[in-house]
Design a protein around this ligand. Sequence first.
Ligand code: DGY
Length: 325
Amino acid sequence: MKNPRILITEPIPQTVISHLKEFGEVTVGEKGQYNSEEALIDVLKNYDALLCMLSTPVTKKVLRSAPNLKIVANFAVGYNNIDVKTATNLDIKVANTPDVLTEACGDFAMALLMATTRNFYQAETYLREGKFKGWEPLGFLGMELRGKTLGIVGMGRIGQAFAHRAKAFGMNISYHNRSRLPKQIEEELDCSFISTTEELARQSDVLSLNCPLTSETHHLVDKDILTTMPKHAILINISRGPVVDEEALAEALHNKEIAGAGLDVFEREPEVHPRLLSAPNCTMLPHIASATFETREAIGMLAAKAIIKVFNGVPDKEISNLVTG
Ligand code: DGY
């Protein structure tokens, strides 16, 4: 197809927009403009391709109302916002952005772990409020990482990148995954497979969620898992908010059933549970794990290239970032 009409739901790196403009007729929405089904349904009939965000609800209703749509390229590796099964049935391709954000997310998971275990947020707030009156032997004591066990739920690319980094900090790595990693990778990472999330939660000083959001992982961390975790343990979540039952987590943090949580994602983004906001032992950030200049440009380019390849008639099996339902 010549000059396909491409909707980019909100501003992304300019290099990516320019690249797509050489290929098609590009419209860029405003921040948040297409975060509702209604807004998308209204506009999508006029487009052949959609480059959307993880906040764009590409539901069955939306897909069925877009007769010209050939491809939905998500500006994210996680694609739980897209009804991939319906898209596949309607012969609409779906692309995500694996690999390009792995290192940025691995770095970020490590940073969030450090910030949470060493009380960065609480200590910085204390300083900014003018409460720092000098070095204190008992001020803001946190958990040391060497010799502690990091339990990773979801040992895909990002889980493994986190494991590599945590290993360098002297942590022992355990993991739970749908399928066990090949022996060679387990040996390289020096990690142990644990057959259930419950057992992993019981054994871990830090429990990290790095799995996709699916019907099986929705509320995977619930009251029972939180009760199973040791009282000194920390929960880290950079996957998707609904993997955690936020109500149960807020209760566990307030009641000191676990020592703390580091969260980059939330159950009802951009809303944050008010009881999490008031929990003193919770480090929270606005879904920025992949937010580096380099990575966000690479994410955009990978999504853009999938769109271009589809309209250039490249066979599906040669587009490595297509997903099917
Ligand atoms: C993704 O790509 O799924 C991440 O959540 C972005 O930070």
